[in-house]
Design a protein around this ligand. Sequence first.
Ligand code: 3H9
Length: 678
Amino acid sequence: MSVIRTEKHDDVLVIVADNPPVNALGAKVRQGLVDGIEQALGDDTVKAVVIRCDGRTFFAGADITEFGKAPVGPNLGEALDKMEASDKPVVAAIHGTALGGGCEVALACHYRVAVTSARLGLPEVKLGLIPGAAGTQRLPRVVGVANALPMVVKGDPISATKALEIGLIDRIVGAQTLAADAIAFAREQIGKPVPRSSAGTAQQDAVRDPSIFDTFRQQNARGLRGFEAPEAAIQAVKASTEGSYADGVKRERELFVKLMSGTQSAAMRHYFFAERAANKIDNVDAATPLIPVNKVGVIGAGTMGGGIAMNFLSAGIPVTIVEMQQDALDRGTGVMRRNYENSAKRGRMTGEQVEAAMGILQPTLNYGDLADCDLVIEAVFESMDIKKEVFAKLDGIVKQGAILASNTSYLDIDEIASATRRPEFVVGLHFFSPANVMKLLEMVRGAKTSDAVLLTCMALAKKIGKIAVVAGNCPGFIGNRMLTPRQQQAQALIMEGANYWDVDDVLVDFGFPMGPFQMGDLAGNDVGWHRDPSRVETVREALCAAGRFGQKAGKGWYDYDEARNRTPSDETRAIIADFASKAGKPQRSFTKDEIRERLLYPMVNEGAKILAEGKAQRASDIDVVWINGYGWPLFTGGPMFWADTVGLDTVVAGLERHGLPVDESLRSRAAAGERFSN
Ligand code: 3H9
């Protein structure tokens, strides 16, 4: 079947794409577009052209599966230039998402109309790229540099309303009447000179304020740190203000080609498919009916429970939240309301939405109120005895057929399930703090967890905007299990003489938002501390005994000034030195490379073990966990993809050099020259 067809509506030729699932601009689609335009140009009875798509969306971009392969068929940029050169008006009729190459198609059209729900954007930076079909040159000419910069450099799509406001689209049309409205709009343009978005130079606002590029760089430095594509995107947009369209396109191409052949783009494309693969659950019957989830129960209204509850409330699912004491319940629901109100202040939601969310929250001290919930998630203290007690109680109260989930981050889900008479309905749902913000959800599959429960939780995760990854039952699952060797190495390194700030800096330089000691100071070193200053067995206990609780105390591992700038502390150094000398640890200096290897290679080793034991379904799932739950830098593709780029033989050799264990599965994979990713 052809992916492009044309329909003649009197004097308007409509070019229709139908390339499910997202109308990606693969070779056949590009060829079809070229043929369609040629048909329109060669037919004197055609006076105007409309381009639209069947299915759920306008073109969602270039076909990413073609990247890295030899080019086939017409080049998109040239096809679009030909289209734009037409004297017959060409109108893009947009629904769904016009993204990347799809947005570039729309930009090359002379006019754009869209339905209200449409979104337009250039998300190439999220794949480590920049637009490669003149998007960086046409967009600033159409909407100005100030509007174009965030779209090209950050890659977030904008709504049709915003697109209309900045001049990216010309008219909003009816959702049910898009095709007819676009034809009517095209007819209105017949006989008028066509506007071409490659015309002139995009100078307006850049001339008024030539520092626009530097200002943008500074304002966004934090979010863009470590990524190569955003800087290339800035340079490409800048080129649109400096010379001819042809020069700008040439510059864009150079930058695009360089990024396309680089490691960051390969890593980010890997991640794109990894995130989608994570949705797929091995060894389940996909036809199993889902369990309807219309009401959720949450046990515990602390930081975690409250955050978990907010996810469901925001998605319009009523929540019953249970606490032991009225004051804890009031405190918890108060925090939830404040969080919502802060979102409203930042313009992320309306006052009505705040009330709608809080209006479907039922706070209670009575477990009995959970009886009719379809899913209950407990977020109580991390102790096996307490969890088992809670589950036994729930088993007696909550209706049959409901899902009972634990938010445990470490404990044995099968043992928890054994406290009930319905282990097939028990699952781990490990949210990450702050649970209303963090995207990751580790879904722990117990030995008896049913297909219906797994599939329901996966679908529910999508509904509440989470990225769920299935993990097998083992201590710490995927994420925390791999964190353990890193933490152990961080502690071992400082006992052997490495500076603790170097350990943090190595991870920050690598691309993590912070290192383990900064993290301790942020979270509070006294979390879980026994509060007895005379009992000092670890460095952390010694820090607490000295009142070095972290940022909130103005001192922790580091000393902090009023602006929370950190400097290494002499007192902390002395505490570490004292521990090291009592343990008789010889001291030496460490290079940053050595520190990085000691911290990260053991994580890869643990990842290999997790994979070999079948506790992760695929290596890319591990990457998804670490990128979304622990700040592993996206531009490296996650720990397993990163290990591939380093070379597994290099990782094995490094572990051996540092006297660290090497799992047999990693060793044999390296010896066979295999990678974790395909
Ligand atoms: C680009 O355009 C470069 C140009 O400037 C250069 C030109 C020279 N290609 O996400 P979903 C697959 S770069 C191939 O689950 P949703 C996806 O893998 C591109 N495949 O659906 C999945 O497959 P499966 C710039 C693609 O409704 C299926 O479609 N564009 C592509 O949640 C469904 O996807 C982008 O970066 C693609 N471009 O979200 C947009 N897109 O079923 C990328 C999707 O086998 N796409 N697939 O797992 C998206 O952001 C979302 O897919 C979209 C739909 C919002 C469109």
